[in-house]
Design a protein around this ligand. Structure first.
Ligand SMILES: NC(=O)c1ccc[n+]([C@@H]2O[C@H](COP(=O)([O-])OP(=O)(O)OC[C@H]3O[C@@H](n4cnc5c(N)ncnc54)[C@H](OP(=O)(O)O)[C@@H]3O)[C@@H](O)[C@H]2O)c1
Length: 257
């Protein structure tokens, strides 16, 4: 295990920590001695996480939370407020994917993705920003995706939800310019998780969740606004972002069959 000590934080809240990237991050940060508030909806996954990683130097505290549920969120925030222990690092990672083509386009399925990926993140962002602004410091990282750079096949709703998050973070970063609150956006390439296991195509430059967690921790320790990896893949996607539409649609059609 890599040692990053001393980490500049003691407490972190990670949403969507029951599996996939969030889970790997929880393990990595608890391994570095941090107290990790790990939230998600599926209690059994959180219980398993805690049971398997009790030996780490830090602590993993399971929290059942649906980020769409304002009442559940208020209860959690109140508990932290009562002891003035709102975490100094917040990683808003919870998200989902539901690939569908134009032929299957559905307002209901779009709403489901927007509710979790966008509104769920915004619900958590509000109390985090308020408390950090009051405290005068803090760090927030929002999980978006390279899928938010440009339109990709079967990802109209997913990509739009992630593009919205990138845009939101860009604006907030400017608004927070004269504060000691660091806001970052995380745009990973493909990571092997239950979310991507449903993809039916070969995923280039696919990373393991623990590799993604390491990339995120390195990014959190940097001053970069965007945390993106693996660079060999995300660099190409960045180039695709700046080329004209005609060339983009031609190349994207060739790359993604
Ligand atoms: N895997 C990739 O290649 C990739 C690439 C770029 C970006 N991302 C983004 O990274 C994040 C994590 O992805 P992943 O691949 O690790 O997915 P995953 O394996 O499906 O894990 C998603 C986590 O989010 C939680 N979650 C989903 N909806 C929630 C809700 N309403 N409230 C609270 N928690 C919720 C899930 O737990 P419950 O369902 O139990 O709540 C789970 O713990 C997502 O935002 C995803 O869009 C992933």
């Amino acid at each position: 295990m890599n040692h990053y000590k001393p980490l500049p934080w003691q407490n972190v809240w990670i949403t969507g920590a029951g599996r996939g990237i969030g889970r790997a991050l929880a393990i990595l940060l608890a391994g570095q001695g941090m107290r990790v508030y790990a939230s998600s909806r599926t209690e059994i996954e959180l219980e398993k996480l805690v049971a398997e990683y009790q030996h780490l130097p830090g602590e993993i505290i399971p929290i059942r939370l649906d980020t769409r549920c304002v009442e559940e969120l208020e209860q959690l925030i109140n508990e932290w407020d009562q002891t003035d222990c709102f975490p100094e690092l917040v990683i808003l990672n919870a998200g989902t994917h539901d690939p569908f083509s134009a032929a299957e386009f559905s307002a209901q399925r779009c709403k489901h993705l927007f509710d979790i990926n966008l509104q769920g993140t915004i619900n958590c962002l509000e109390p985090a920003l308020q408390r950090m602004l009051k405290r005068g410091k803090g760090q927030i990282a929002v999980m978006a995706s390279v899928a938010g750079y440009r339109g990709l096949p079967t990802a109209a709703a997913y990509g739009a939800s992630k593009a919205a998050l990138i845009h939101l973070c860009e604006s907030l970063r400017l608004d927070l310019k004269n504060t000691h609150i660091k806001l970052q956006v995380i745009n990973p390439g493909f990571v092997k998780t239950p979310l991507t296991d449903k993809n039916e195509f070969t995923m280039p430059a696919l990373l393991a969740p623990d590799e993604a967690a390491t990339g995120i921790l390195n990014g959190l320790l940097s001053d970069h606004f965007e945390i993106t990896f693996p660079k060999r893949f995300t660099f190409i996607l960045k180039l695709l972002r700046i080329i004209p539409y005609r060339l983009y649609f031609y190349l994207a059609g060739k790359i993604v069959k």
